[in-house]
Design a protein around this ligand. Structure first.
Ligand code: GMT
Length: 378
């Protein structure tokens, strides 16, 4: 049994989901888990045995124009490391969490190992910023172990941030108790969607990199040929532009904006196809969540997406911005029920084989063992 601290962004988002689900799985296996975050991670809504939550407290002195959250986090981490005698502090994102973890390790009296998981945007977006690059590099180089959620992200990190350190690839995984194939007939009825309509779905934080407009444009072509609906889940900077785009295309009745949703699995259950046409995506957890529910996806040939979706087997890969090709694949699949069934079976099998929670959690445990052993030798 190990004592493991976890820091992540607690709000809705793939990295928070993975960090929280990993903590819950490790707790089920008997480890003691301490979440150190700014607020309760949204997937920790119930009571879980072996799971503890430590909130980062902020002091608001008028002298600070910007309250130093990162330092408050580091102080809380050091406090929890010493009081709970943590073996491992597993932080999600180099910026700023790895830096805070390293500072906390320096401050704490109890020896702790820092494991950093890279999820993407800290490298693919912040890593481009030359003022932040040395900070990100320091966070990575000084961690005791570093993982990336895809081979593509590992490669990009080495190239963009000029990293010498070994980075392990550990893929994201699925909570099988929540994401599994179910028939969403009842929900379809509640949403007043005709049983004959094909349902396409997209889930994101509506940032520009997600290219939600490409999703809507793809849907427009599909909708001209097949009775269909598009469900858009999430909220973010591009939301109102997308509402306007839908209205301009005259698709108001066909496109449903559902906003932020906590229980996406229920909605995925009634979908036929997931679309993720981003210009940056280190993994694309929403594709995996859909696949676990038996829903194939169309994704761009970008970042880690082709590591999640196998072209022509568990979905389709298109070049960035090629909405015509995306629509052609969608029509090919959705107008052939045998093919849809075949893909639906293939995706669940693919998830079970490569992204099962047990397999991935074992990989993290093996990494923790390795890091602790290396520490003893040193
Ligand atoms: O996609 C986002 O903007 C959210 C971000 C996050 O912090 O959750 O997602 C990143 O981490 C996810 C979990 O590993 C990945 O599935 C997403 O692909 C990754 N996003 C990007 O690379 C843009």
């Amino acid at each position: 049994m190990k004592k493991i601290g976890i820091t992540c962004y607690p709000t809705i988002g793939g990295s928070g989901v993975i960090a929280t689900e990993l903590g819950k799985k490790l707790a089920e296996k008997g480890h003691e888990i301490h979440f150190i975050t700014s607020s309760m991670p949204f997937r920790l809504e119930k009571v879980f045995v072996n799971v503890y939550y430590h909130q980062v407290e902020m002091s608001h002195y008028p002298v600070f124009q910007y309250p130093p959250y990162d330092l408050a986090l580091a102080a809380k981490m050091a406090e929890v490391i010493d009081r709970e005698k943590l073996d491992i502090l597993h932080v999600h994102y180099a910026m700023p969490h790895a830096i805070c973890g390293i500072l906390a390790r320096d401050m704490a009296k109890h020896p702790v190992k820092i494991v950093t998981t890279l999820h993407g945007t800290d490298i693919t977006i912040l890593g481009i910023d030359n003022t932040l690059k040395p900070v990100i590099r320091h966070g990575i180089e000084r961690s005791d172990a570093v993982t990336a959620v895809s081979e593509s992200l590992r490669r990009q990190t080495v190239e963009m941030v000029d990293i010498k350190k070994e980075i392990d690839v550990i893929y994201n995984f699925i909570n099988e108790k929540e994401y599994y194939p179910q028939k969403g007939i009842e929900l379809r009825h509640q949403f007043r969607i005709n049983p004959a309509d094909k349902i396409m779905i997209h889930v994101s934080n509506f940032r520009k990199v997600k290219r939600v407009q490409d999703i809507i444009d793809t849907f427009k072509i599909v909708n001209e040929q097949l009775p269909s609906k598009l469900l858009l889940i999430g909220d973010g900077p591009e939301y109102s532009n997308m509402v306007q785009h839908v209205n301009e295309l005259g698709l108001k009745a066909e496109v449903r904006f559902l906003g932020k949703q906590n229980n996406v699995s229920d909605i995925l259950a009634m979908a036929d196809l997931m679309l993720l046409l981003s210009e940056k995506e280190s993994f694309g957890l929403v594709l995996l969540e859909a696949m676990a529910c038996g829903v194939p996806g169309i994704g761009t040939n970008v970042g880690g997406i082709p590591e999640v979706v196998t072209h022509q087997k568990t979905g389709f890969i298109v070049e960035l911005g090629d909405v015509k090709q995306a629509a052609a694949y969608a029509i090919e699949l959705l107008s052939d029920s045998d093919k849809q069934q075949q893909f639906s079976e293939a995706v669940t099998e693919h998830v079970r084989t490569y992204f099962a929670s047990e397999k991935i959690v074992n990989q993290y445990e093996a990494l923790y063992d390795r890091v602790l052993k290396e520490g003893k030798r040193g």
